[in-house]
Structures are given as C-alpha cells and as structure tokens.
Design a protein around this ligand. Sequence first.
Ligand code: HEC
Length: 147
Amino acid sequence: MLKRGVLLAMVMSLAACGGVDPDSPLGKRKAIFKEMLNVSEDLGGMLRGRLAYDEQAFIEKSAHLDALAKKPWQHFPAIQEDERNSARDEVWQEQERFQELARALEQTTAHLVLSTTEPPLNKSVLAVRVQAVEDACESCHTEFRAY
Ligand code: HEC
C-alpha cells in the first residue's frame, strides 16, 4: 500500500513536468531555461509597459538573468542523451558554434548588468540591452532548438 503511494507520487511528479525527471540534465536545464524566460519577460515587460517599471526590481532581475545565463550549458551532457528533448542533434555535432552562442548570450547579460550600475537608469539604453539579450536567445534557438 505504502509502496504504491510512493510510486504514484513519483509518476505524478514526472507527469507534472512533461515526463522529464527534474534531476536529470534535461530536467535541470529546462528549469533554468524556463526561469530565464520568466526573468527576461519581466525585464522586457517593464520596458514595454506590460508591467510597472520598478528600477530596483529591474536591477535585481538583470543580475539574476546574468547569473542564470551561465547555468544551462553545464547540463548538456557530452554525449547526446536518449531522452526526448527539443535540442537539435547539431548541439552535439557543432559544439564550438553552440558554445560560441552561449558565450554571446552571457556577454549580452553582462552588458545589461553594466547598464544598471548607476541609477537613475536610462530606459532607452536598457531597451537596447534587453533587445540584445532577446536576440541572443533567438539566434541560438534558430540554430539549435527544435520546436
Ligand atoms: C546557446 C544556445 C541557447 C541560448 C543562447 C538560449 N537557449 Fe533556450 N534553448 C536552447 C536549446 C538547445 C533548447 C532545447 C531544450 C534542451 O534540450 O535543452 C532551449 C530551450 C529553451 C526553452 C524551453 C525549455 C523547455 O521547457 O523545454 C526556453 C523557455 C528557453 N530555451 C528560453 C531561453 C531564453 C529566454 C534565452 C535567452 C535569455 C535562451 N533560451 C537562450 C538553447 C539556447
């Protein structure tokens, strides 16, 4: 009875995240990517009027995004996993290019953080920085993500 309950709980927690084990490399990087999306959407939202602009929150979220931008890459295993994922085979076949685009993203988030060090912040500069981050996400997805 107890065993069945534990098993059921496991099955349910797997189902909750689309069948991916949250402790697997895929589960870990998916969680980081999702958080990156949330934070970057908050930043874009604050600049585009979807969310109220809060300078302190913007500064903190920029730092958070910069920290997150360094994290997904270590969770791409050296050998492609069998698990169903939405990464293209090219991630493993063209590692150099993939890593280059990962570094490019890290650079855009570092630039964003540099633009938040001296309040009051200039929103038109921030808009350029956030756009560069979004472009870096998109250029890697275009080459390496299967939708
Ligand atoms: C260097 C390449 C690269 C960059 C840069 C990149 N991504 Fe991704 N992203 C991927 C790949 C590859 C996948 C496919 C999922 C997998 O297998 O890891 C993915 C998947 C995702 C997903 C889907 C996760 C899921 O649940 O399946 C989200 C959301 C996402 N990325 C957001 C972002 C955001 C936001 C940025 C920029 C701030 C970004 N990514 C930058 C390569 C990248």
